[in-house]
Design a protein around this ligand. Structure first.
Ligand code: HEM
Length: 336
């Protein structure tokens, strides 16, 4: 009988998966209470609404696509994917107030998408899921893959500066530290090298890399010897010593800063990665091999598949599901 039960369950899962793939949208059970198509019954238009809103947002300002992709990292790595990054603190002790959130953008856009969903399906779609869907669409609208996302996350009620500053890898991280930052979130070397490829879109303030790479490598007052010698003068021109480093931005993948492609790996392979953490991917046998393979790949197929998988893994970090957490009306509610 038990075997029959297992078989029936397996058949249901296969049929539901086929239905989801074929587009009928029936929920497919996923990790720990998440499901693909979680809102199928309660708000079937949720994913379409997010995409439509994201289209407008990116049309109005294309720099918001990378910003909203980065937003998911900052939510998921800190207390899990629970929208705690959105919570506001009058005492200035929330995640938003952390040094690591200094240049983070996307708060208003997540709130704008939430307001749209509240009009259509009140108190149904979590802010945590909106962040994950917006990141997926940011990638898609930058010519990247559009993969299926698991939904069903609920929103957390706690947000602390210290968690954000402890759990997000700084751009000066070496490969050993990066692997630790990722492994404590249940992510492996492959997730690290694949998700770092997100730096194929977007920009960074000089403050995020100029000291480490141009002016004070290892506290020695010199340039990082591993930085491409033709690229370094270009960066020095943009980030002039003595100028305020938080006022100037540099594209992370200068050839195609708004196109989600493989050029990040070609940059890193030729020592033109912007951060120490990008360059560090060449200092481990497995991540290096991956960088090399993607740098010379003819097609994005393998990378896009890997990216969908790695984003799904990141979207599973410490999720609140079922009766845990809450669904909020306003994502940026005050906690104190
Ligand atoms: C591996 C460790 C990582 C480090 C150390 C890191 C660090 C950073 C830093 C310092 C910036 C620039 C911030 C600024 O100066 O304004 C940045 C930008 C960005 N990061 Fe990462 N990041 C990492 C992984 C990731 C992951 C996993 C994702 C996404 C899934 C991501 C997506 C982005 C994007 C899209 C931007 C550009 C943001 C914009 O243009 O507004 N990063 N990252």
């Amino acid at each position: 009988m038990a075997l029959l039960g297992v078989l029936v369950r397996a058949v249901i899962i296969v049929v539901a998966a086929a239905a989801a793939v074929s587009g009928s949208g029936l929920p497919v059970p996923g990790f720990d209470g998440l499901a693909i198509g979680f809102y199928h019954e309660t708000c079937p238009q949720a994913e379409d609404l997010v995409l439509a809103e994201m289209r407008e947002i990116v049309q109005e300002d294309r720099t918001l696509a990378p910003a909203l992709l980065r937003f998911m990292l900052h939510d998921c790595f800190v207390r899990g994917c629970d929208a705690s990054i959105m919570l506001k603190s009058r005492e200035k002790i929330g995640e938003r107030d952390a040094n690591s959130s200094y240049s983070l953008r996307g708060y208003e856009q997540i709130e704008r998408i939430k307001a749209k969903l509240e009009d259509e399906c009140p108190m149904t779609v979590s802010c945590a899921d909106i962040i994950v869907m917006a990141a997926r669409d940011a990638v898609f609208l930058s010519n990247g893959p559009r993969y299926q996302v698991e939904t069903g996350r609920r929103d957390g009620k706690v947000s602390c500066t210290i968690d954000a500053d402890n759990d997000l890898p700084p751009p000066g991280s070496n490969i050993v530290d990066l692997k630790i930052y990722f492994s404590v979130k249940n992510l492996g070397w492959k997730d690290l090298v694949v998700l770092s490829g997100s730096h194929t879109i977007g920009r960074a303030q000089c403050g995020s890399f100029a000291r480490d790479r141009l002016y004070n490598y290892s506290g020695e007052g010199r340039q990082d010897p591993s930085l491409n010698t033709a690229y370094a003068p270009e960066l020095r021109k943009a980030c002039v010593a003595g100028d305020p480093f938080d006022k100037t931005y540099v594209d992370m993948d200068p050839g195609s800063p708004y196109t989600f492609d493989l050029s990040y790996y070609r940059d890193v392979y030729s020592n033109r990665g912007l951060f120490v953490s990008d360059q560090a991917l060449l200092n481990d046998r497995w991540t290096r091999q991956y960088v090399e393979r993607m740098a010379s790949a003819d097609s994005t197929d393998e990378y896009f598949r890997d990216y969908a998988e790695a984003m799904t893994n990141m979207g599973r970090i410490e999720v609140l599901t079922g009766d845990n957490g809450e669904i909020r009306k306003v994502c940026g509610a005050y906690v104190d």
